[in-house]
Design a protein around this ligand. Structure first.
Ligand SMILES: Nc1ccn([C@@H]2O[C@H](COP(=O)(O)OP(=O)(O)OP(=O)(O)O)[C@@H](O)[C@H]2O)c(=O)n1
Ligand SMILES: C[C@](O)(CO)[C@H](O)COP(=O)(O)O
Length: 211
């Protein structure tokens, strides 16, 4: 719904320089050449609009939480061997990142996430706002999407109906190793107005990136 963004419409339908986040994300997947079929999980009342924006996609009704939307997408592609789960909000993701995740899957990994080193020092904080400890940031990665999985792994991870902030979290709970490949700063998630302003500025300066 884009609550943190605070626009009047759901986030995927917000425009950046004439194209919606949804169109930009679908276009990056398409341009990668690594994706055979796009499935879009959209708010139920916006299925028609999503279909008009991404006519080559299968469009399904998403769910209340991210994982519910992923499960709806899984159900719509029963014959897929591999799945890439991508946030519409990461609209400037370079097509090459899709390719690199698929290449890691082709190389034998069953679960792959793009990750970037964290630049800030991170603190674990308790409910009162007091620092508990400082994790060693050299061991930490900020992970992005597309996250790639073999179909059997992603289906099993979602079979219990659980919720997690990313799909890899559900896969980790199965004990399946998750490979990290280098992420890309351009795959940032449009979450706040600052991110949206950044996306608009970047896109207005990179015309070759237009669909
Ligand atoms: N019920 C949901 C919630 C999120 N998403 C996907 O998860 C991505 C990242 O989620 P987030 O940035 O949290 O989007 P919102 O839930 O819209 O943001 P907010 O929490 O601010 O409302 C979205 O782009 C969308 O692709 C989804 O498919 N279904
Ligand atoms: C999947 C994700 O983009 C990986 O960083 C992230 O966890 C999504 O979180 P959100 O709260 O749904 O934006």
């Amino acid at each position: 719904m884009g609550t943190r963004l605070g626009e009047a419409i759901p986030k995927a339908f917000v425009e950046v320089d004439g194209a919606t986040l949804l169109e930009l994300s679908a276009d990056a997947a398409r341009k990668s050449g690594a994706v055979d079929q796009i499935v879009v999980a959209a708010p139920a009342e916006l299925i028609e609009k999503a279909t008009a924006l991404v006519p080559d996609a299968v469009v399904v009704a998403g769910g209340a939480e991210r994982s519910d939307s992923v499960r709806a997408g899984l159900a719509a592609a029963p014959d897929a061997d591999l799945f890439l789960v991508h946030d519409a909000a990461r609209a400037l993701t370079p097509p090459a990142l899709f390719t690199s995740v698929v290449q890691a899957l082709a190389g034998g990994a069953r679960a792959v996430v793009p990750g970037v080193p964290v630049a800030d020092t991170l603190k674990r904080v308790d409910a009162d706002g007091t620092v508990v400890d400082t994790p060693d940031r050299s061991e930490l990665r900020a992970v992005q999407t597309p996250q790639g999985f073999t179909a059997d792994v992603l289906r099993e991870a979602h079979s219990g109906g659980g919720d997690a902030t990313d799909d890899a979290g559900l896969v980790e709970a199965l004990g399946v190793p998750v490979r990290v490949v280098p992420g890309d700063a351009m795959a940032f998630k449009v979450t706040t107005q600052f991110d949206l302003a950044m996306a608009r500025m970047i896109r207005s300066r990179t015309p070759s990136n237009r669909p």
